[in-house]
Design a protein around this ligand. Structure first.
Ligand SMILES: Cc1cc2nc3c(=O)[nH]c(=O)nc-3n(C[C@H](O)[C@H](O)[C@H](O)COP(=O)(O)OP(=O)(O)OC[C@H]3O[C@@H](n4cnc5c(N)ncnc54)[C@H](O)[C@@H]3O)c2cc1C
Ligand code: SF4
Length: 539
């Protein structure tokens, strides 16, 4: 068993871990990144909807269980860059109100231990780092920002522009989705991003998506004090006799058990895997799981209430990159219904191949292929509330069990109703008149109207931060209350989930925590150790 000591070990290289690595890389401190996955291979299949959506080429084959013991194949990815390799790169700030207590129809969304203003500078920095393209001032619920977006909004293609104009005509405020793609529309010939139709859910073959590997991990590895080990599964964390220090990080790699240690250990395996790791690390000093005296670790799992809805028209929708428009007019409710409803945006353009992955409700007289060619494919997100019984646990064999009972569904139902009513009011088509809109169809990729439990893309909340050690596992700096050298910087720390996509908040928080760690290590000076890149696995 080999042992090596580092200043910082980061477990996981996604939105949280990758961004933190970037923040710490220039500090001259010795940093070890441990990633259970490998690099996503760059190959033509990156852009194949069959390979990605039907065959699940890059998804984990791992099997979890749900609360009744039924097998669950999670739609998640273990790779350098984590799930950001596959994300749609819609990079939203939470709303200022999401940081306070919000009354929902189904209960209360609790306050965060930090304010929006405390996170704001890091949101700005994360937007710049991840090259977010957007336009301030369009989104009616947008929180105040200290700087403009550095890159112009991604323009709508004609069908989406027409929809946006229609919504505006009805008195609503559709806006350009803030997007982390490296598109230069003023110079398409030299633009790194080619604006293709397989972005959301796919890796980017030309490395033009602002994912955590391209934007953070690769640049961090330019520093000779940063080392990455891939295929390095962290199985357990062990502590000192007092239980206050993580002293050993146990890793399974290439069939061998290895052990590493660090002054500071940061867990960033994603909200489900990080909770599982802490639970696996139970010991005499931490009998309920590491840092789990409060018994909150694994609890309060949230993943948003998400639906994909296809609005079918008799006119085709030739849009290639569809994810450019969003709407937040109903985020906090309406004059008639004063509870939050959620967020409307788009998924990447669906095609017949992707639709064949499930058993969608086929509209009468249509084929899957035709439906794919004629649909506008909406993504609706509403907030689910932190229920302690919605939780990650381990079964006797150490496998993940994810128990979840949906809650707060009424707002989502009303959001779907709102979209249906807006679509019925679309301008009359010159060819088909009012008959052009054929209705809204749920994309039953996973059978069922809503994205089911296996769709854990927006997982968060399982190791919540807070002031009170009795009700939270992490303090407001994301350090474990019960340990001196353990931090968590992935989506686990959310006490509530808001209703916009989570990644930018995870990234901003990782920058914030990174500053605390740098200060703690006395590493406020930016290093200049830009030497040759460490090779993967070279120890
Ligand atoms: C298809 C898809 C589309 C999405 N679209 C958007 C979007 O448009 N906008 C948005 O904001 N969000 C989106 N998301 C969600 C976003 O990707 C996640 O919120 C974000 O990546 C979570 O960051 P994280 O750091 O918590 O975890 P991850 O990014 O999942 O990173 C966790 C990393 O830890 C590694 N790991 C786990 N366990 C261990 C272990 N025991 N040992 C070593 N390594 C481990 C994993 O392999 C992984 O690399 C999308 C997700 C998916 C799947
Ligand atoms: S749209 Fe741009 S960033 Fe997205 S996959 Fe295509 S080329 Fe890559």
């Amino acid at each position: 068993m080999s042992t090596s000591h580092y200043d910082v070990i980061i477990i996981g290289t996604g939105a949280g871990g990758g961004t933190l690595a970037y923040r710490l890389a220039s500090s001259d401190k010795r940093i070890l990144l441990l990633e259970r996955g490998d690099y996503v291979p760059r190959e033509l299949e990156n852009w194949s909807t069959r390979a990605v959506n039907v065959e699940g080429r890059y998804q984990t084959q791992e099997k979890w269980r749900d609360k009744v013991g039924k097998e669950l194949h999670p739609h998640t990815n273990y790779a350098v860059g984590g799930n950001t390799k596959f994300y749609g790169a819609a990079l939203f700030r939470l709303r200022r109100e999401d940081f306070g207590v919000l009354r929902h129809h189904g209960g209360t969304s609790p306050a965060w231990p930090i304010t929006y203003d405390e996170l704001e500078p890091y949101y700005t920095e994360a937007e710049h780092l991840y090259q977010v393209h957007g336009e301030r001032g369009e989104d009616p619920t947008e929180p105040p920002a200290s700087a403009a977006y550095r890159y112009p909004a991604v323009r709508h293609e004609p069908r989406i522009q027409q929809l946006s104009d229609d919504f505006a005509r009805l008195g609503y405020q559709p806006f350009h989705t803030p997007l982390g793609i490296m598109l230069d529309e003023r110079n398409r010939a030299r633009s790194r991003c080619i604006r293709c139709g397989t972005c959301d859910g796919h890796p980017c073959l030309v490395n033009a998506k602002s994912d955590a590997q391209v934007v953070c991990v690769d640049p961090a590895l330019e520093y000779d004090n940063v080392t990455l080990l891939t295929n390095a599964y962290v199985s357990r964390l062990e502590t000192s006799a007092s239980g206050r220090q993580v002293t050993r990080v146990l890793v399974d790699r290439n069939g061998e058990r290895e052990s590493y240690s660090a002054d500071i250990v940061v867990v960033a395996g994603g909200a489900i895997n990080s909770a599982a790791l802490l639970l696996r690390s139970a010991s005499d000093q931490h009998p309920r799981g590491l840092a789990n005296g409060s018994d909150v670790v694994g609890r309060h799992y949230m993943g948003h209430i998400n639906s994909v809805l296809m609005a079918l028209s008799r006119c085709p929708n030739p849009t290639v990159f569809q994810k450019s428009m969003a709407m937040n007019d109903f985020y906090f409710g309406t004059p008639e219904w004063s509870f939050p409803m959620g967020h409307i945006s788009f998924v990447g353009k669906l095609d017949g191949v992707t639709l064949s992955a499930g058993a969608p409700a086929i509209a009468p007289g249509w084929t899957l292929d035709l439906m794919g060619k004629h649909s506008l494919d909406f993504w609706l997100t509403s907030e689910d509330l932190p229920d302690p019984e919605n939780r990650v646990t381990l079964d006797r064999d150490g496998r993940i069990v994810l128990a979840y009972t949906p809650n707060n569904g009424e707002g989502h139902k009303r959001l779907v109703g709102k979209l249906e009513s807006l679509m019925r009011q679309q301008s009359s088509c010159p060819l088909h008149g009012r008959e052009c809109h054929q209705g809204l169809f749920s994309r039953n990729l996973f059978l069922g109207q809503r994205i089911p439990l296996a769709g854990v893309a927006h997982q968060n909340g399982t190791i919540r931060f807070g002031h009170d050690p009795a009700t939270s596992a992490l303090d407001p700096t994301c350090k474990a209350h019960e340990l001196d050298n353990l931090y968590v910087v992935d989506g686990s720390f959310f006490p509530s989930s808001g209703a916009v996509n989570p990644a930018l908040t995870i990234m901003a928080n990782a920058l914030r925590v990174g500053d605390q760690i740098r200060e703690r290590l006395g590493a406020t000076r930016a290093g200049s150790a830009r030497v040759s890149r460490q090779t993967v696995g070279a120890l």
